[in-house]
Structures are given as C-alpha cells and as structure tokens.
Ligand binder design. Structure first.
Ligand SMILES: [Zn+2]
Ligand SMILES: [Zn+2]
Length: 226
C-alpha cells in the first residue's frame, strides 16, 4: 500500500488493537480499546467516529466495531511492520525480549514498504514475532498451542508464546526474563494449586510460582516423553 494512504500512528494503533481483539474472538467495543490503549473513553469514542467516517471501521448499532476491508489490510500491515521490527531489534541489535515491543512500537509507523519488504526477507519470512505471536495471516501457526494454565500436573512442555497483552507489561516481561521463561524454554509443571490460583513450575534448576491469570497468557506445546 502506498505510503500516502497510511493513517496517523494513533489510527494505526487502534486498527492493530481492533484486529487482535477480533482475532481472539473478544467483543470489540470502545471500552476494551480504552483499556488496551490506555486512553479515556471519550477520546476513544471521538477517534472511532472519525475512523468510521474515514472508512477504516464500521460502528454497529450495538457499539461493536468491525474493520472494513481497507481497515483490515492496514491493521495487518501495521502489525506485520511491528513484528518484523521486533525481529530486527532482537536479532541485529540483540535487545532483550522485554524491550523490543516498546521500541518497535515507535519505529513501526515510519517503516517504508521497501524496508518492510527487505526486513521480511532478511528475517527469513517469520510466521511469529519473537514473543511467539502470529503475524497476520499466520494464525494457524499458533492454534495448536495451549495456555500453560490448562496443563496438568507433571507435564513437560515447551514455552512457545507470550500473548500480545503482556508485551507492553514491562514488569511481567522482566520477571519472565529473569526466570528464563522465553519462547523455547522447557517447563515442568510441578504442582497446580487451583484453590490458590497458582502453579509451581520448574525451568532448568529454577522453581517459579506463577498466577494462573498470567499462565493463561503463556502458550505451550507438550514434549513427548519416552
Ligand atoms: Zn510487540
Ligand atoms: Zn512480539
């Protein structure tokens, strides 16, 4: 899509969040956007009206938000630019997982189509971002992974994905990083304490207590044991 047709960074951010909420089967309404983007509900309402007028979204009678075809294409474009930038920051600059999201968030809006294309091939056509979240159109690549919170006691699993909702939670990402909980990490579920809403896991020699709310946003794949 030619550069001139891109909306402002604010609109691009809205489009990205709307796409991700819809992908996850969540009800896409202004209140969710206000929460996700950390802006006031009146601001969200005003911005959504503009986006409806400009043809990016359709605001339903029941206040639900749907992307138009143009809106969807632009949402996919900004998310792709974001994820490719994350790869560049992680691989080339070796920035830690806890920092690449917020840095990429600044750069994504200014990436030209030429640089995007170049990144795409230099980063070897990734299907997921460094956190394991799917590039738009590659949702199937992650669909078989299950939330860690649903894994039974004793299971051995590989951490594959840290959900988008955690990517801007610096404290949580640093905690995960400090405990070697990165995509690729091998995790043994030692004990699940449902009444306490926690689980005790081991990663290498470390023992970590996780809340189930957090574990719900970490996706894993089972390891076949002999
Ligand atoms: Zn990100
Ligand atoms: Zn990411």
């Amino acid at each position: 899509m030619p550069e001139a047709e891109r909306p402002s960074p604010t609109i691009e951010d809205y489009l990205g969040v709307i796409y991700t909420l819809a992908r996850d089967g969540e009800r896409v309404i202004g209140a969710r956007l206000a929460e996700s983007l950390d802006v006031s509900p009146p601001t969200v309402t005003a911005t959504l009206k503009r986006m409806d007028r400009d043809g990016w979204i359709v605001l339903g009678e029941d206040k639900t938000i749907a992307l138009t075809e143009t809106g969807k294409a632009m949402a996919m474009s900004v998310i792709r630019r974001h994820m490719l930038t994350e790869w560049m920051l992680a691989r080339v600059l070796k920035l830690p997982l806890s920092e690449i999201h917020r840095e990429a968030h600044q750069i994504e809006h200014t990436l030209s189509p030429e640089v995007e294309e170049r990144l795409q091939s230099e980063m070897e056509d990734p299907r997921v971002c460094p956190h394991g979240n799917p590039l738009p159109g590659f949702e199937d690549a992650v669909s078989q992974w299950q939330p860690l919170s649903q894994v039974g006691q004793g299971a051995l699993v590989i951490l594959q994905r840290i959900h988008e909702n955690l990517e801007d939670q610096y404290e949580i990402l640093s905690f995960l990083e400090a405990n070697a909980l990165q995509p690729g990490a091998e995790i043994r579920v030692e004990e699940v304490l449902l009444f306490n809403e926690t689980m005790r896991i081991s990663v290498g020699r470390k023992t970590v207590i996780l809340g189930l709310t957090l574990a719900e946003l970490l996706y894993v794949d089972p390891v076949q044991e002999e």
